[in-house]
Ligand binder design. Sequence first.
Ligand SMILES: [Zn+2]
Length: 126
Amino acid sequence: MDVQYLVVHCSDTPNDREVSAAEIHSWHKNNGWDGIGYHAVIRRDGKLEGGRPSYWPGAHVRGHNSKSLGVCLVGRDQFTEDQMLMLSQVLAAWERRYPNAEVVGHRDLDSRKTCPNFDVRAWWKG
Ligand SMILES: [Zn+2]
């Protein structure tokens, strides 16, 4: 895959609710997709769970799935310090593999979305 974007998402579930990659997998299957659309999920406690393998295009951002990897933070608009720490580790690892890829939020590629409800570009630069 020619990865141009590393896309951050949220699960858009209540901030106090724990959600597993397996649950998201079943939701996305119910959407009629081939299972979980993200490549990685970061749980409220900062634990990383795998989604699709990175050689398999995701189903997470309309129009850009063939050239992006997606990581999902569990929650809606308040993420834990452990999650943000793990997010920076995941993105740093992906950047090493795809040095030309840009770190963005879902909403930066789809103006109809607010996901993940913070300015990912500004956060990543800072
Ligand atoms: Zn999203």
